[in-house]
Design a protein around this ligand. Structure first.
Ligand code: NDP
Ligand code: 2IT
Length: 444
């Protein structure tokens, strides 16, 4: 049996209860098979892939907090420090009831290669909790965040591990977490990114993941001789990534006609109105039904459905495995040209293969959504030098990083004879830097 297959078998056995982690590892190991097989004996002798797929450290902790009625609630907290070969652990925190170890592990694993692709010195990690911020008061969210940080602070630091936001963790949560870290440690340091602008946050971090997704999408289409302007775009999600993806797509001359949340979706034939969406989701924290009240031409539907709308470009920006094989078939039948992932692993392996087989340009999340963490690394730089760059400076650096990623994944795919396979290109390009660093650092 080849070394890659041996390790895949071991990973499946060892992590049988974590399907998302197995999915993420399978995709990466399949992609880098060609690199491993060129020097298989040495990779096997050094148990390289066993080390790559085993987190350096996994922290799991109790998070007790008191709700507004005086009832004590208990959640589980996680921080998985996956790989620090190229820099301190870096990656977001997710607060969502679906969180368990397998979700955080798959996200941490993806983060290792994503962070490598940014070209910046950041290792990979991820954390979170099964806490559901929906329907909680600000005070409840604050008490939860304070309790979460009262344990987490022991394991993080500006040169050690730097968390940020993800699903359910935005500016409000980062503020509460930062306040508690500072109170406990007495340190005013860049230990979290996505901070408010008055306490060390970076301009353009809020917009960065969505904007970066569009910079990469525009460049990838250009490489393939297609112009983004004038195209119809379907977006899923209505959170941080989705909102700023829609805004940038519209600025670049495309028309975005859909968005969705966990209960339903919007089709707006006039193009999604970003200020209305921001009011509903960022200010009121309400459901998408509210969007329709000020946009009478828009349709609201319960459940899932954004991929049924005919589009040129599809941007899944909600959550993992939200785009399955039936969705992929519908997109292809409707003439979709490109799918670029704003979320982490939103497309199933089967759907990804179907899209690629049908010549749909496919950009995997670890490349396409890397603008968020890249700008987090820019926030770390600004914190270190105690300076703040302008929006235009940060945005220009972000654009440059995304254009570089686009060309790097294209070149890596070509180098290994897989032109146009950007999944392989991203995995190989991300792997190469981490692998070099791990080899140089010995058996650790
Ligand atoms: P938010 O919490 O801001 O938004 C998430 C959106 O997706 C919401 O509209 C939410 O609906 C919807 N959603 C979440 N979970 C589900 C689910 N299980 N079923 C259906 N809809 C769901 O998160 P982000 O925008 O930050 O994150 C979106 C994706 O992007 C995630 O995969 C995340 O890992 C990834 N990502 C985020 C980055 C960042 O910088 N924030 C960077 C790179 C990737 P509702 O409004 O009802 O809650
Ligand atoms: O998935 C991701 O890259 C993020 N949630 C952002 C991580 C970060 O450290 O900014």
């Amino acid at each position: 049996m080849s070394y890659v297959d041996e390790v895949l078998e071991k990973v499946k056995q060892k992590n049988a209860a974590e399907p998302e982690f197995i999915q993420a590892v399978s995709e990466v190991l399949e992609s880098i098979r060609v690199v491993i097989e060129a020097d298989e004996d040495e990779y096997r002798r050094t148990a390289f892939l066993e080390r790559l797929t085993e987190p350096e450290r996994q922290i799991k902790f109790r998070v007790p907090w008191v709700d507004d009625k005086g009832q004590v609630q208990v959640n589980t907290g996680y921080r998985i420090q996956f790989n620090s070969a190229i820099g301190p652990y870096k990656g977001g925190l997710r607060f969502h009831p679906s969180v368990y170890q397998g979700i955080i592990k798959f996200l941490g694993f993806e983060q290792v290669f994503k962070n490598s692709l940014t070209g910046l010195p950041i290792g990979g990690g991820k954390g979170g909790s099964d806490f559901d911020p929906k329907g909680k008061s600000d005070n409840e969210v604050m008490r939860f965040c304070q309790s979460f940080m009262t344990e987490l602070y022991k394991y993080i630091g500006k040169d050690e591990d730097v968390p940020a936001g993800d699903i359910g963790v935005g500016g409000r949560e980062i503020g509460y977490l930062y306040g508690q870290y500072k109170r406990i440690t007495n340190l005013y340091e860049g230990v979290l990114t996505g901070k408010g602008l008055t306490f060390g946050g970076s301009l353009a971090r809020t917009e960065a993941t969505g904007y970066g997704l569009l910079y990469l999408t525009e460049e990838l289409l250009k490489i393939n001789g297609i112009e983004l302007a004038g195209k119809t775009v379907c977006v899923s999600g209505a959170g941080n990534v989705a909102i700023y993806a829609i805004q940038k797509a519209e600025q670049l001359g495309a028309k975005v006609v859909t968005c969705s949340d966990s209960t339903g979706w919007i089709y707006d034939p006039d193009g999604i109105d970003v200020p209305t969406l921001q009011e509903v989701k960022e200010v009121k924290r309400a459901r998408l039904t509210e969007y329709q009240t000020t946009r009478p031409n828009a349709e609201y539907h319960e459940g899932k459905g954004v991929w049924t709308i005919k589009c040129d470009v599809a941007l899944p920006c909600a959550t993992q495995n939200e785009l399955g094989i039936e969705d992929a078939k519908t997109l292809v039948a409707n003439g979709c040209l490109a799918v670029c992932e704003g979320a982490n692993m939103p497309t199933t392996l089967e759907a990804t293969k179907y899209l690629q087989d049908n010549k749909v340009i496919f950009a995997p999340g670890k490349a396409a959504n890397a603008g968020g963490v890249a700008t987090s690394a820019l926030e770390m730089s600004q914190n270190s030098e105690r300076l703040s760059w302008t929006f235009e400076e940060v945005d220009a650096k972000l654009k440059n990083i995304m254009v570089n990623i686009t060309h790097n994944i294209d070149a890596a795919a070509k180098k290994y004879g897989m032109e146009g396979n950007y999944v392989a290109g991203a995995n190989i390009a991300g792997f190469e830097k981490v692998a070099q660093a791990m080899k140089a650092q010995g058996i650790v």
